[in-house]
Design a protein around this ligand. Structure first.
Ligand code: DLL
Length: 439
């Protein structure tokens, strides 16, 4: 595939729309959404009434700040259908969160909503260089989780050949990649890494594979991990962001510049807020990402607090898209762990580890409380080569990791180097933290 192919926009009219035109379009769509929500979702109407906001007060994007927020708890409280804005007759799909605790959350999609979501993923795969000539292996889980079906629909929309593998059965995944000449892969970054390692272990040379690119998301990852995936699989690795409540994967997608994910602003309006004061923050300042859907019929979301932390960037992108970019998710306001009063994000630990000779990119954080003091154990896998190394060398590595983490996070940890492959692999979202404290 030539480089120009990678610059292809699925919908240039929208992906390269002028900012003025976009502002007008967003304002018009926002007015429609607010009225639709107010007229059809009693809990949200009550919330607007309590705040003294009427639909006609929201005239343009800048009025967004007058609207009340929505939260994941609203989805739980209104489970299953309380936030639906159309009769069930018009809902053609239910998807749910991959969360494992508490009541599930579900979202309802009309046919129009499914079509929009499909286009968002088509934009994403196209930006990663995908098209009708590609063979796309979808190794995200299928089911209520939006990863599998989202990637499947988007690749199908481009006319690509789709292999709906779902997650699991790594040996069969590898066999299909090799024998069917798969050119693109869609799965979580941790699973991409695992597939790459397994291919290497099986002794399959990359020259026997046709893989060229992958769209990886659903969990946080780092630039270093991108480089490792690109190396182990011999591909270009692109980030893709999304969440069930808003659409699924494709809310944000990376282009050839690999410098942040373009947010599909003709369908959602992103904001960054201070999670404590709830005040909007300017572009470039890290804060909590908030989304307002502006074309969604089934379950519109107004100022939905994602709890994901990132920045927004509106500087021009070399790819020609005018849509703002969101930076990597650097943490969540809720999966942050607080150890001895210090906020720690798993991604910080990860960034301290990668690049170190002798360690694999697999780690687990174990938080405990001993005699009312918090402890943080960082288990890190050694590479096969390292295992056979001298004890003093291994101890030196553990000390180096300890120092690196201390300089990134600011606290002392107990670093434990563990045997290769002893940390459980995930086929979906990786679990990085075990909190044993009874908080
Ligand atoms: O994870 C949708 C998805 C599927 C996105 C496949 C990308 C690829 P949920 O299960 O509802 O939906 O989880 C949404 O996952 O709020 C983030 O915390 C996290 N997340 C999703 N994409 C990324 C990413 C899907 N690229 C939650 N980087 C979100 C970091 C991500 N975190």
């Amino acid at each position: 595939m030539s480089a120009t192919r990678e610059h292809d926009m699925f919908n240039p009219k929208m992906e390269a729309i002028s900012r003025d035109e976009l502002h007008a379009l967003q304002s018009e769509r926002l007015r429609w959404t607010v009225k639709h929500e107010y007229d059809n979702v009693p809990v949200y109407r009550a919330r607007m009434d309590a705040k003294g906001v009427r639909p006609e007060d929201i005239r343009d994007v800048d009025d967004l700040r007058y609207l009340p927020f929505m939260e994941k708890t609203d989805l739980r409280d209104q489970f299953p259908y309380g936030l639906f804005a159309v009769p069930l007759h018009d809902i053609v799909r239910i998807q749910g969160s991959s969360g494992t605790t508490g009541r599930p959350i579900v979202s309802g999609y009309t046919q129009h909503d499914v079509d929009v979501w499909t286009e968002l993923m088509a934009r994403c795969i196209s930006a990663a260089g995908g098209g009708a000539d590609d063979i796309v292996q979808v190794s995200y889980g299928y089911g209520l989780f939006t990863g599998g079906l989202g990637a499947h629909q988007g690749a199908g929309r481009l006319g690509a050949t789709v292999i709906p593998m779902s997650s699991g059965n790594t040996q069969r995944q590898i066999m299909m990649i090799k024998e069917l000449g798969v050119t693109m892969l869609c799965c979580t970054p941790s699973y991409a890494m695992y597939l790459g390692e397994s291919i290497r272990e099986a002794g399959i040379p990359l020259s026997e594979l046709k893989l060229k690119a992958g769209c990886f998301g659903a969990e946080p990852w780092t630039e270093q991990m991108r480089r490792q995936i690109e190396e182990v699989l011999g591909i270009n690795a692109y980030d893709v962001y999304g969440l069930t409540e808003i659409a699924g994967p494709g809310v944000g997608y990376e282009c050839v510049a690999k410098h942040g994910m373009h947010v599909n602003e003709d369908h959602v309006i992103p904001e960054i807020i201070d999670p404590v004061t709830e005040q909007p923050l300017p572009y470039g300042t890290p804060g909590e990402l908030v989304f307002t859907t502006i074309t969604k019929e089934g379950m519109p979301m107004l100022r939905y607090r994602t709890h994901d932390i990132c920045t927004l960037d509106d500087t021009p992108c070399e790819c020609g898209r005018t849509l703002v970019r969101m930076g990597r998710i650097t943490g969540r306001t809720d999966d942050m762990i607080v150890v001895r009063g210090v906020n720690v994000f798993p991604t910080q630990i990860e960034s301290a580890l990668v690049g170190l000779e002798g360690v694999a990119p697999h780690y687990m954080l174990i938080v405990d409380r001993v005699n009312s003091a918090d402890t943080l154990e960082v288990q890190v896998e050694m590479t096969e080569d390292m295992v056979s190394d001298t004890v003093s060398h291994i101890q030196g590595l553990a000390r180096a990791i300890h120092e690196r983490i201390k300089s990134v996070v600011g606290i002392s940890t107990e670093v434990k180097l563990v045997a290769p492959k002893s940390i459980p692999r995930s086929e979906g979202k990786a679990k990085r933290v075990i909190d044993k404290r009874k908080l």
